[in-house]
Design a protein around this ligand. Structure first.
Ligand code: BTN
Length: 226
C-alpha cells in the first residue's frame, strides 16, 4: 500500500503512530519536522522525495516482514537500494558515504533514518532533488539529483528494499559503491581523533580502517575524508 500525503510532520512519525500493514510506504510532498539521525533535523521543502517503508518483525523476511537476522543489514540495504534505483532510472553514479548517506559529485543527496520501534522497523529515506531549494547553510555540503520521476523512483527503491537479497549480495553491492574506499579519513575513536585509510567493510557492514597503530573497526560514527 502506498499512502501519498501533501504534508506531514515526518513520514517516519506517521508510520510509528498509525496502525498500518507490513509493506506500507508513506510518501509526503513535504515534511514540517523531518528528522535525521541523532538529534538532527532533515530539511524537507516541497520538491524533494520523502518517504518511509514499514517492515514488521517476523520469523522470515518476506512480504514486508523482517527476521531479526536480516535487520542488521537493513540500513546498508536501503543505501544500496537508493543507489541502484538512481543508477537504473536516472543514469546517475551515486556513492555511499558510510554508513548510510548517498552522495553525488561530492555532495550529500540522500539521508536514511532507520528506526526500530516496538515490532516495527521504519526505513525513512529523504532525497534532495533541487539543490537551489536547499537552505543556504546546506548548499556547501548538500546537492540534488535533479528533476526526476518521483513516484517511479519511490516504487523502485521500495521494491528493492522489500525484495530478498542475500547478505553477501548486499555487502558486495554496498562495497562496490563505497565512496571512501582507499581514502584517508579522520574519525573519533575511543574519544580521540584518529586518521587512517579505509580498506573496506566487514560482514556486519562495519567500516575497516588501517591506521598507523593497526586496524580499527567502526560500528557507528562519522568519518571525514581528508
Ligand atoms: C539523515 O541524513 O540523518 C537521515 C535523514 C532521513 C530523512 C528521511 S525523509 C523521510 C523520513 N522522515 C523523516 O523524518 N526522516 C526520514
Amino acid at each position: 500500500m502506498l499512502i501519498h500525503l501533501k504534508s506531514v510532520d515526518s513520514t517516519n512519525n506517521y508510520i510509528e503512530k498509525n496502525a498500518l500493514p507490513a509493506g506500507t510506504i508513506v510518501w509526503a510532498d513535504s515534511q514540517t519536522a523531518g528528522r535525521g539521525r541523532g538529534s538532527h533535523s532533515f530539511s524537507s521543502p516541497e520538491g524533494g522525495i520523502y518517504f518511509s517503508c514499514l517492515f514488521k518483525e517476523g520469523k522470515e523476511t518476506s512480504n514486508g516482514h523482517l527476521s531479526p537476522n536480516d535487520s542488521n543489514l537493513l540500513t546498508p540495504k536501503a543505501a544500496l537500494a537508493v543507489c541502484m534505483a538512481l543508477e537504473e532510472i536516472c543514469r546517475l553514479e551515486p556513492r555511499i558515504k558510510w554508513v548510510n548517506d548517498v552522495f553525488l559529485e561530492g555532495k550529500k543527496v540522500c539521508g536514511i533514518l532507520c528506526e526500530h520501534i516496538g515490532n516495527k522497523y521504519i526505513v525513512g529515506i529523504g532525497i534532495n532533488t533541487s539543490a537551489e531549494r536547499l537552505p543556504e547553510e546546506l548548499k556547501q555540503s548538500a546537492g540534488g539529483i535533479g528533476d526526476v520521476p518521483k513516484r517511479i523512483i519511490i516504487k523502485r527503491i521500495s521494491e528493492l528494499l522489500f525484495s530478498s537479497m542475500t547478505d553477501a549480495g548486499i555487502l558486495s553491492g554496498y562495497s562496490r559503491r563505497l565512496g571512501t574506499l582507499g581514502r584517508m579519513v579522520s574519525f573519533l575513536y575511543e574519544g580521540e581523533e584518529r586518521t587512517g585509510t579505509v580498506t573496506g567493510i566487514n560482514e556486519s557492514c562495519n567500516l575497516v580502517i588501517q591506521t598507523d597503530s593497526g586496524i580499527v573497526t567502526l560500528s557507528s560514527g562519522e568519518i571525514m575524508t581528508i
